[in-house]
Design a protein around this ligand. Structure first.
Ligand code: NDP
Ligand code: BG6
Length: 441
């Protein structure tokens, strides 16, 4: 698909996100799509830079530096862009603190940007249902929903996009994808690192706002939604909304790692959770009476994002008279070492019917080699193309906040040692995802 000539403006260009993610991702896109003659990248912010000093901040190819410019502030930006060329699209990436999103949209509108503008907005998108609604309302005062691209970088992960393909392009799984055959779904997002230098942000958020409300709820929607009528962003959005509408949270446990309160930016009496377990139910015909378990946390014993689809046990007949046969599982390894693993029972060679667990593996690395695209590359390219499939709509964000609202900041906190998995009150018999660690290593 051809990308129209665009001016890409990074607001907050002196910050960490621009340096670590955005400019490197744009550099690759410009290289791959050969956009050097038709597009420009303009950094903007309150800091004073000349083009030379701004370019010096980034470790990118000379050709990229040549189309990199800096403009201080928003006032005068429209004219500045017009002097650089005739662009049919102006893409604004809000690499800014969320507190200034609304005011920045207003300034852009007052500067004269209209239908040609697209606004890419980073998380966190709101703090709760009310604040998300307010931001949406304020943004909609100046720009139409179709111009807003709310980022959830999990949607750009290959292994997450593959969930829809796995479900709807393989006829063998479709008939069993319901609570008649599936006992439970587990979603796990473990991180080894603690809050590091992001203490002041994280302490206001906690792991439920930081990971569950957005990334893991999106994952859950993709796992459980009905087939969309097409792959258009709007048709997928409708199905995700249908899941969110019937979702309820039935239990939640919150934990904090010991030593968290001594970290920079954290209140000495902080009640913020760094690990949480939740139980959810999806109250529709397909998923009636089947729990979904989500756990996410920082400073745990390992890094890994996985999903387990745990099927129901066999009846106690034939090979399973003693109840010893493990139910089938499908494990989606989202990261690291992406893959899908199907746990089966197989006969151990020999004259008796001894049964052992075996794994059928699809590992991305083995099949496709190292072709994984960086999430920001995919997101920025889609925004340039105007494809909103991987971006989150206003309604999804609000509904997700509304549902998660009932467990935010409530209930007691338990404590765990850094580098361990909290296990005081597990909400289910968690799959040991470490067993799958080397499956696609
Ligand atoms: P930074 O703190 O590095 O800030 C980005 C820039 O925003 C600053 O350099 C500053 O530029 C500008 N800025 C700061 N305060 C204000 C203000 N009050 N009004 C106007 N401009 C301001 O943030 P990051 O780059 O780390 O993150 C940017 C956004 O992306 C945030 O919303 C963050 O939550 C989100 N995000 C970041 C991730 C990351 O990996 N860094 C990951 C996921 C999301 P100047 O002073 O020049 O105006
Ligand atoms: C971000 C959260 O959205 O996702 C971080 O703010 C978290 O706290 C990160 O570490 C995890 O992303 P990934 O891609 O490393 O799983």
């Amino acid at each position: 698909m051809r990308i129209p000539g665009s001016a890409i403006v990074i607001l907050g260009a002196s910050g960490d996100l621009a340096k670590r993610k955005l400019i490197p991702a744009l550099a690759v896109i410009f290289e791959q799509e050969n956009l050097f003659d038709s597009s420009v990248i303009i950094g903007s912010g309150r800091t004073d830079f000349n083009d030379h000093d701004f370019r010096g901040k980034f470790d990118v190819h000379g050709k990229v530096k040549d189309i990199l410019f800096y403009h201080k502030g928003i006032s005068g930006l429209k004219r500045y862009i017009e002097q650089k060329g005739n662009f049919s699209r102006v893409i604004f990436f809000f690499a800014l603190p969320p507190s200034v999103y609304s005011d920045t949209a207003k300034q852009l509108f007052e500067e004269g940007f209209r239908d040609e503008a697209r606004l890419i907005i980073e998380k966190p998108f709101g703090y709760d249902y009310e604040s998300a609604k307010t931001i949406n309302h304020e943004l909609h005062e100046y720009f139409h929903e179709s111009q807003l691209f709310r980022i959830d970088h999990y949607l750009a992960k290959e292994a997450i996009q593959n969930i829809l393909v796995f479900r709807f392009a393989n006829s063998i799984f479709y008939p069993v994808w319901n609570s008649r055959y599936i006992k439970e779904i587990q979603i796990n997002a473990s991180e080894k690192i603690g809050v590091e230098e992001r203490g002041s942000y994280f302490d206001r958020a906690g792991i439920i706002r930081d990971m569950v409300q957005n990334h893991l709820m999106q994952l859950l929607c993709l796992l459980t939604m009905e087939a969309p009528v097409s792959l258009d962003a709007e048709d997928i959005r409708i199905q995700k909304l249908n899941v969110l509408k019937v979702l309820s949270i039935t239990d939640c446990m919150r934990y904090q790692y010991k030593g968290y309160r001594e970290e920079p930016g954290i209140a000495p009496d902080s009640p913020t959770e760094t690990y949480a377990e939740l139980v959810l139910s999806i109250n529709n015909f397909r998923w009636y009476n089947m729990p979904v378990y989500i756990r996410a946390g920082k400073a745990l014993n390992r890094k890994g994002t996985e999903i387990c689809i745990l099927f129901k046990s066999l009846p106690r007949l034939l090979f399973n008279k003693s109840g010893g046969i493990k139910p089938n599982r499908i494990v989606f390894k989202i990261q690291p070492s992406e893959g899908i693993i199907l746990d089966l029972s197989g006969k151990i060679p020999g004259s008796d019917f001894f049964i052992s667990e075996t794994k059928m593996k699809f590992c991305y690395h083995d099949v496709f080699g190292d072709v994984m695209q960086e999430a920001y590359q995919k997101l920025l390219l889609d925004a340039l193309l105007g494809d909103r499939t991987l971006f989150v709509s206003a309604e999804e964000t609000e509904l997700s906040w509304e549902k998660i609202g009932q467990v935010l900041d409530s209930g007691s906190i338990e404590y765990y040692e850094k580098g361990t998995m909290p296990a005081t009150h597990p909400l289910t018999d968690w799959i040991d995802f470490e067993d799958y660690e080397t499956a696609c290593g």
